[in-house]
Design a protein around this ligand. Structure first.
Ligand code: DP6
Length: 350
């Protein structure tokens, strides 16, 4: 087959209404729809993909480290390469090299940007010509939340109802230019790897949290309201909905046995300080949300930015902050930027 190295850049997404729980494990079908904002390239993953018959086996590198493809976690995510190979009717081996510009596995959705970049690059390398919806269905099977990173702007992952997952795919609610003054201040509280993965954590929550039973129906309604808030650029409504959803998520996590605790004292201080600020201002000027980790995402508008930055600068324990605006989604970049050496088919050194 045609052997060309394709490199793509993907970015994470931050869920405003979260996905937490599967109704089907293998295909990764969620219990409820979710909505996110795709990040700009402040945080990004660059991934180069090559399909070739000239190497004996698949290889996969993340941040310079060769991954063990017999490891269950890695295998489950790499399975999307098999799906795409099958679609292309090839048995060529894959070389995939991925580099993150931010800490992995610390609640910063590194797998989302990595998988989005990988699927986007593989689509081009295998000349599959698939569109966003089809690519989101493939990405979903590697890691659920990653499917939302296949599009820029504000994105809804529709839970779908079909058993084969063909309607569990993404839809863009609004493009990247729709809301240019909304920003996400990412406050890094800890760079360490999370103790329990989202995959394992959500499974336990679905299995034994009493409170979780109310979550899917509520989240579905929250998605409808969130979509309206985004379309109307109603920040107060968006803020209230996202904070309530984050609170609900971490409540059902705590209600799981053994309890799942991702928030630490600094995260809780951020929750209190943001709430106090909104009280003092008598309106919502900032809104927090937390994924499966202690790092905070604080959404605000440009006009309130200095106020929120000042607030955060007074909280002890925040290691650093970075700002993301609404991003454009994945893109293919120049051949020169490739992470694969075209003569050895291995990761480029240096
Ligand atoms: C808290 O997408 O990582 O970030 O589908 O098992 O790979 P798997 O889980 P994953 O879970 C993400 C959970 C979340 C919420 C969200 O992004 O919607």
């Amino acid at each position: 087959m045609d052997e060309n190295i394709v490199t793509a850049i993907g970015t994470p997404n931050m869920a405003l209404i979260k996905y937490w729980g599967k109704r089907e494990e293998k295909l990764i079908l969620p219990m409820n729809s979710s909505i996110s904002m795709t990040f700009d390239e402040t945080f990004n993953t660059k991934t180069s993909v090559l399909f070739t018959d000239r190497v004996p086996e698949d290889s996969f590198y993340i941040n310079g480290v060769r991954q063990d493809l017999s490891d269950k976690d890695i295998m489950e995510r790499f399975a999307i390469i098999d799906i795409m190979r099958r679609m292309a009717g090839t048995t060529s081996k894959a070389v995939v090299v991925s580099e993150n510009s931010f800490p992995t596995a610390a609640g910063l959705a590194s797998s989302a940007s990595g998988i989005a970049a990988m699927v986007f690059a593989a689509n081009s390398a295998l000349k599959l010509g698939l569109g966003t919806k089809e690519l989101s269905i493939i990405a979903r099977q590697g890691s659920g939340s990653s499917c939302r990173s296949l599009s820029g702007g504000f994105v809804k992952w529709e839970m779908g109802s079909k058993d084969d997952g063909s309607d569990s795919c993404i839809r863009q609610i609004a493009g990247p230019g729709h809301w240019s003054d909304i920003i996400d201040i990412v406050a890094i509280v800890s760079k360490s790897k999370k103790k329990i993965s989202s995959r394992a954590g959500m499974k336990q929550t679905v299995a034994n949290s009493i409170l979780y039973k109310a979550r899917p129906a509520y989240a579905e309604r929250a998605c409808a309201e969130m979509e309206e808030a985004i379309l109307k650029k109603d920040f107060e409504r968006l803020g209230m909905l996202m904070m309530k959803d984050s609170n609900n998520l971490h409540a059902v996590m705590l209600d799981t046995y053994p309890p799942i605790l991702y928030l630490n004292d600094v995260s809780k201080q951020i929750i209190s300080s943001v709430s106090e600020l909104n009280e003092v201002e008598n309106k919502i000027v900032a809104a927090y949300t937390f994924d499966a980790g202690p790092n905070a995402n604080i959404f605000t508008l440009e006009k309130y930015r200095s106020k929120v930055e000042e607030l955060l600068s007074n909280i002890e324990g925040i290691e650093s902050t970075r700002i993301s605006k609404v991003g454009n989604g994945p893109r293919i970049i120049d051949e020169d930027a490739s992470l694969i050496d075209p003569s050895t088919f291995k990761i480029k050194s240096g």
